[in-house]
Design a protein around this ligand. Structure first.
Ligand SMILES: Nc1ncnc2c1ncn2[C@@H]1O[C@H](COP(=O)(O)OP(=O)(O)OP(=O)(O)O)[C@@H](O)[C@H]1O
Length: 235
């Protein structure tokens, strides 16, 4: 019985906890005294003006940028003490949907996905094929595996980027403006896809400038403003 209780406690443990964390870019303070929590199954929006620190905040979560002071905890990693050698293991548990992580343009969709699986330790060819088929089906792109990225529309490419992010069933997905370059309707479909993925067990943090999404698809909202990351309870 004790084991059951411990498992439950672990499940209830937040995936990310930041307490009084400061975040700088090249020694310039971007966000001060950040307090943030992400729980299992949660869908979190980060909003705020251009240059207010949304992407910078996400970068500290996947170890691209150091977090200073306070207690930045991501899964079981303290992000102030994490060693460079531990970052690949952390990133294998995150799905990253960022402008900086585009598809490789010299290979097909399927080869893009295979590349990530191989790089993260998958060896069995049938298991690789099956997983690729599963994620492509999940994002509604099961017939596009043979295409080169430049043969896809912006919305289709974004679906493949999401398929790539979910290959290893990450506990957390970080999506930096995933609807940024898309028309309103395609953007909605991308958010619906992320919400499906959220319901299946990954917590999601997504930055956006599209405030209509917050009412159409409610979630927890944090706002970057005046060097603070504030939980927005008015929405
Ligand atoms: N690599 C960098 N080196 C130095 N400063 C940077 C770097 N990247 C971002 N900054 C600065 O950090 C601040 C926050 O930028 P960030 O990209 O996090 O904003 P954002 O809220 O994501 O903006 P946007 O809505 O345009 O994506 C800005 O003032 C920006 O100039």
């Amino acid at each position: 019985m004790k084991t059951g209780k411990n498992t439950k406690q672990m499940e209830e443990q937040p995936l990310i906890v930041y307490r009084n964390v400061d975040i700088n870019q090249q020694e310039l303070g971007i966000l001060n005294d950040v307090n943030f929590e992400l729980r299992r199954g949660e869908f979190v929006y980060i909003i705020g003006k251009v240059g207010s620190g949304k992407s910078t905040f996400l970068k500290t979560i996947y170890g691209e940028l150091p977090a200073c002071n306070g207690e930045p905890q991501v899964l079981e990693y303290n992000m102030r003490e994490i060693r460079p050698g531990q970052i690949p293991a952390l990133r294998r548990r995150l799905g990253i949907v960022f402008q900086d992580f585009q598809l490789l343009t010299d290979r097909t969709v399927e080869e893009n996905l295979k590349f990530v699986l191989r790089a993260t330790g998958w060896k069995d060819r049938t298991a690789i094929q099956n997983r690729i088929h599963e994620v492509l089906t999940q994002v509604g792109m099961e017939n596009k595996g043979y295409k080169m990225p430049n043969e896809l529309s912006g919305g289709e490419q974004q679906r493949i980027v999401i398929a790539r992010a979910i290959l290893n069933k990450p506990e957390i997905i970080l999506a930096d403006e995933p609807t940024g370059n898309l028309d309103v309707e395609t953007g909605r479909h991308i958010v619906e896809l992320l919400r499906d993925i959220c319901r299946q067990g990954s917590a999601i943090i997504m930055t956006t400038h599209n405030l209509n999404l917050l009412t159409e698809y409610p979630g927890t909202v944090y706002c970057c403003k005046d060097h603070r990351l504030q939980k927005d309870t008015n929405l």
